[in-house]
Design a protein around this ligand. Structure first.
Ligand code: COA
Length: 381
């Protein structure tokens, strides 16, 4: 006698489900440890450039000097955008969110990339490098058009972070601004199977191309439970307005079950290792640019007030919010800046998925009506 196989356990929100193998990054939530290809994020933060992280994720190792020079040159060569994409950015409606314009621009890049339909590993790496190079150009153009200004073209002699800041603001960044942007880009480059990365892997598991997978990932990043949390955090700090008002705000938030943005994490339950680096650099930026503003103090007060209610810690978006604010980035652009970093991780995951692909297609627990009787159109009431 054969018995039916046991139904697999249902895990709402896929909590606790392991859905992919990856050699890219590991997240140890209990101990608050993040590694990129085995290298602890604390050893990488503020010691490597974003370009080095791109090499690490795409080619499996930190580059030597020659490899880094080549990769940096490749990125610098590929920063420009096709005219059609620039026209789209310039003609996007005023009320379109930067993430909507970015997502559409990335989808449009598929029209112009000569390798779009080629999903071989080599072609996907070429496309991925182009996307890493093009994301800052798109985002800076979106920012400037929203300000009613002309986009500024890239400067090949500047490194990735410096060029990004230059295209955003139209002037050469200070060393501190450049290093802060670089640190941010390094820290957010990859993070295991977060929602947007999972989305990119689901799309590429169907053999969809890189631009399709990245467009899907951008959709998943937009929400405020994921990439949208930095914007929501900064808006919350602006709403609180003063350090003295923090305790009352947090008290009321818990009473009314309003979520405190930038706090809590699905995996990290003892703290997010990236947060302390972002705090340190946000404080440096505040000291340098803050003109008496105290958003870092305010964020620290929120952290303390939350801990008096529940064991919840700041996540990556919490101190990113003041850091990006002091870099002169409007809150509406924060999620795009996140995407400018995560494009490296998404692309590396798509390559990993193609390397050992199986269609990702989970089941669902059906909870609708059973054995309904069909009624013809005439019979239906
Ligand atoms: N503010 C207030 N309460 C929070 C909270 C927050 N930011 N995050 C979690 N909690 C509460 C939950 O309501 C829940 O309370 P309960 O046990 O009384 O129901 C408890 O803490 C456990 O959280 P849980 O909902 O199980 O966590 P999760 O793994 O499902 O969700 C997040 C993780 C990230 C979605 C959640 O922490 C959150 O919404 N944070 C704010 C958004 C954010 O910063 N997102 C960026 C993530 S990197």
């Amino acid at each position: 006698m054969t018995t039916a196989p046991a139904a697999p356990a249902f895990a709402k929100g896929l909590v606790g489900v392991v859905a992919a193998e990856t050699a890219l990054s590991s997240v140890d939530g209990a101990n608050g440890i993040l590694t990129y290809r085995g290298l602890n994020i604390h050893d990488l933060a503020a010691r490597v450039s974003y370009e080095e992280i791109v090499h690490l994720l795409f080619y499996g190792k930190l580059p030597n000097k020659k490899e880094l020079t080549k990769l940096a040159a490749d990125l610098a060569l590929n920063r420009k955008l096709p005219k059609g994409v620039l026209d789209h950015i310039k003609s996007s409606p005023r009320k379109a969110t930067p993430m909507d314009v970015l997502r559409t621009a990335v989808s449009m890049l598929a029209y112009y990339d000569k390798d779009t339909e080629d999903i071989s590993i080599e072609a996907t790496r070429r496309k991925a490098l182009r996307l890493v190079a093009q994301f800052p150009t798109i985002i800076a153009a979106i920012h400037r058009v929203r300000l009613g200004k002309d986009p500024i073209g890239p400067r090949a002699k500047l490194n990735h972070a410096a060029n990004f800041m230059y295209m955003l603001h139209g002037e050469l960044p200070s060393k501190l601004e450049c290093d802060s942007m670089n640190l941010y880009l390094v820290l957010l480059a990859d993070h295991s199977l977060n929602a947007s990365t999972f989305t990119s892997r689901v799309a590429s598991s169907t053999n969809a191309d890189l631009h399709a997978a990245i467009t899907a990932a951008l959709g998943a990043l937009k929400g405020n439970l994921h990439g949208g949390a930095a914007e929501a955090t900064m808006n919350m700090l602006l709403e609180i307005g003063k350090v003295e008002k923090v305790d009352g705000f947090v008290e009321k938030a818990f009473d009314t079950k309003r979520k405190i943005m930038g706090i809590g994490h699905r995996i990290y339950k003892t703290g997010d290792p990236r947060a302390r680096h972002l705090l340190e650099w946000a404080a440096k930026m505040e000291h340098d640019q803050g003109k008496g503003q105290r958003y870092v103090d305010m964020a620290l007060s929120v952290e303390r007030a939350v801990l008096r209610h529940k064991e919840l810690y700041p996540n990556v978006d919490f101190f990113s919010a003041p850091l990006l604010y002091y870099l002169g980035i409007p809150t509406a652009l924060d999620t795009c800046i996140f995407a400018a970093s995560r494009i490296a991780g998404w692309s590396a995951h798509v390559i990993e998925q193609y390397n050992d692909s199986v269609l990702i297609r989970p089941g669902a627990m059906y909870i609708g009506p059973k054995a309904e009787t069909f009624a013809s159109l005439e019979e239906r009431v």
